[in-house]
Design a protein around this ligand. Structure first.
Ligand code: PMV
Length: 366
């Protein structure tokens, strides 16, 4: 299932760091994203079974500093610190990831790598930390490669970073770009690819220019099933084919709604996708349930509030119990009052995160 970019990146691989370059550094702030059309189900080498669409967040990001220097030469020699400490689970995921991308970056094998990372959001908050951290790492490694090659950070750079981020976590491919982002080949959308994400180009409807995402922490517990296990359950899912067709149709309808400023369709498709994702989980074999009673209270209150007030407010969810409220800037006051008065009592310790659409990753200069 490897495609043209895979072949090209293998061909261009940089074998080693020239000795005169010494220590190379890169620091990226890379955000998480929230999917509106969900990626759920995959083929080997992290190829999505259906295309997805997300928007990139602004305040929920990983800041990752990467230092690479010539090392002993028999496999990458890595030190990893998360919020100043060792973190075994994250470290082993990063090691595994470095292994996966090593054919594209042979210079890593002979290097000493030091990574320090921090997140601006709590773990298990319903925000995908794999999307922000693996995109930050992919961008960092691509930057180091650019320093070796003395190349520009142009479209090709971001495309490659997105390809590499995808190999760590599918949704991380989308975090490399700001605004609305698709990942996965979609008929009629020329630039889309299964191998990397693509930012939605051109003028979108005014209601969608500055979306907000209020993330209600219904439960901070770890998921009972990892997303890789969840994707794998789609392999033999009785509704898989219908789902993949539906996702393509939903992507088409949702992008048309975003460009055409069609708020009603946007709300309908966004909520359909969230409920559909959990429906797929419940109808897997074995079926599993990630929604909590308080999730359902919140969802029905949102629907009721919207019907009464006729406002632009939609919900979505990831593979977990927490609820994302999506709304535009002009509804901010209404939505904040609604959260405070009606919804916080259903949240774990009244916790929620006030985020919004962002412009994508930023490289910090030393
Ligand atoms: O990137 P992964 O493998 O963690 O999968 C993400 C799956 C969802 O968050 C449920 C949907 C999505 O498109 O982000």
């Amino acid at each position: 299932m490897n495609g043209e970019f895979h072949k090209q990146y293998l061909k261009e691989a940089v074998p080693e760091i020239p000795a005169d370059l010494g220590i190379l550094r890169s620091t990226w702030m890379s955000p998480s994203n929230i999917a509106l059309v969900k990626y759920w189900g995959k083929l080997p080498v992290q190829i999505p079974a259906n295309p997805s669409l997300s928007f990139t967040l602004q305040h929920s990001f990983t800041e990752m500093n990467l230092t690479i220097s010539p090392g002993a030469g028999n496999g990458p020699d890595m030190d990893y610190y998360f919020q100043g400490d060792h973190h075994e689970a994250f470290e082993s995921r990063i090691r595994e990831y470095l292994q996966i991308i090593s054919p594209y970056f042979p210079f890593l094998a002979g290097s000493k790598i030091r990574i320090t990372s921090r997140n601006t959001f709590p773990h298990s908050s319903g925000i995908a930390s794999s999307a922000s951290s693996l995109s930050a790492l992919a961008l960092g490694i691509c930057s180091i490669e650019q320093q070796i090659l003395n190349g520009p950070q142009d479209n090709i750079f971001y495309q490659k970073a997105s390809f590499m981020a995808r190999l760590g976590s599918g949704s991380a491919a989308r975090s490399v770009y700001g605004g609305f982002v698709t990942w996965g080949k979609q008929e009629g959308m020329d630039l889309t690819s299964d191998e990397h994400a693509t930012a939605l180009a051109g003028k979108i409807g005014p209601a969608f220019e500055s979306l907000y995402d209020a993330i209600l922490i219904i439960s901070p517990e770890n998921k009972t099933i990892s997303s890789s296990q969840g994707h794998a359950l789609m392999d033999d899912h009785p509704y898989a084919r219908a789902r993949y067709r539906q996702a393509r149709e939903n992507l088409e309808k949702l992008t048309r709604a975003i460009y055409g400023n069609d708020i009603k369709t946007f709300i309908r498709i966004t909520e359909d996708e969230a409920l559909g994702l959990h429906g797929l989980m419940m109808s897997s074999d074995p079926g599993y349930l990630l929604l909590k009673p308080n999730t359902l209270h919140v969802l029905s209150l949102i629907q009721q509030f919207r019907n009464e007030k006729s406002i632009f407010l939609a919900f979505t969810m990831d593979a977990g119990p927490n609820v994302h409220l999506i709304y535009p800037e002009y509804e901010r006051e209404n939505v904040h009052t609604f959260i405070r008065v009606e919804l916080l009592k259903y949240c774990h310790q009244a916790q929620w995160i006030d985020d919004r659409m962002g412009e994508g990753p930023v490289e910090l200069q030393d």
